[in-house]
Design a protein around this ligand. Structure first.
Ligand code: IMP
Ligand code: MG
Length: 189
């Protein structure tokens, strides 16, 4: 698995040090408020686990599974995989995701929570913010790291469901991307 990584973009120790800062800001901002954290699966699971253990508030956790991405290209369409969304009436909601790319996923989720679920506030927190020209004017409220426009894996992020368990964020070699694409093509051929 490590052989498929061209370079490590963010080391584990750097990630964890930044999570200390993010957690401190979130703890300060939500002290005394009824907070529900919503983890967007699958990509955010490691980020959420490490971040939440640094936040000493009496919060609730829900998970939401959405699909929007195939391979290294955003498809643009967001699909909510469950019919029942979390009950967040009269609660402050903080949505946690792995990465902000086109912004379509988080934009759709925030709209949904703001429109029909009766939350008091809806904010977002992402580990990574890709510096791209966005089709939607969307910005996250809390950002771990701004990164350049490269496809990254690890620390929860996948390429065709692989590499999520790498402890760092890294860039794939072109060979690994090609191999994955060829394998996926064979599978569906
Ligand atoms: P968006 O809707 O384009 O912002 O895409 C968000 C989702 O696409 C993220 O939650 C990730 O699952 C996936 N994604 C976007 N960029 C990357 C990347 O560089 N590596 C792995 N997954 C990515
Ligand atoms: Mg993904």
């Amino acid at each position: 698995m490590q052989a498929d990584i061209e370079n490590i973009l963010i080391h584990e120790t750097t990630i964890l040090a930044r999570l200390d800062e993010l957690a401190a800001a979130i703890t300060r901002d939500y002290a005394g408020k009824e907070l529900t954290v919503v983890s967007i699966l699958n990509g955010s699971f490691i980020f959420v686990a490490d971040l939440l253990r640094r936040i000493p508030l009496p919060l609730q956790v829900d998970c939401l599974s959405v699909a929007s991405y195939h391979g290294t290209q955003s498809t643009g369409a967001i699909h909510f995989r469950q019919s029942n969304l979390p009950n967040v009436e009269k609660r402050h909601v903080l949505i946690l995701d792995d990465i902000l790319d086109s912004g379509l996923t988080l934009h759709a989720i925030v709209e949904r929570f703001t429109a029909d679920l009766g939350a008091l506030s809806v904010k977002t927190c992402v580990l990574l913010d890709k510096q791209v020209t966005r089709t939607t004017e969307f910005q996250a409220d809390y950002v771990g790291f701004k990164i350049e426009n490269k496809f990254v894996v690890g620390y929860g992020l996948d390429y065709l469901e692989h590499y999520r368990n790498l402890p760092y964020v890294g860039v794939l070699t072109p060979a690994a991307i090609e191999r994955g694409a060829a394998e996926a093509k064979n599978k569906f051929a």
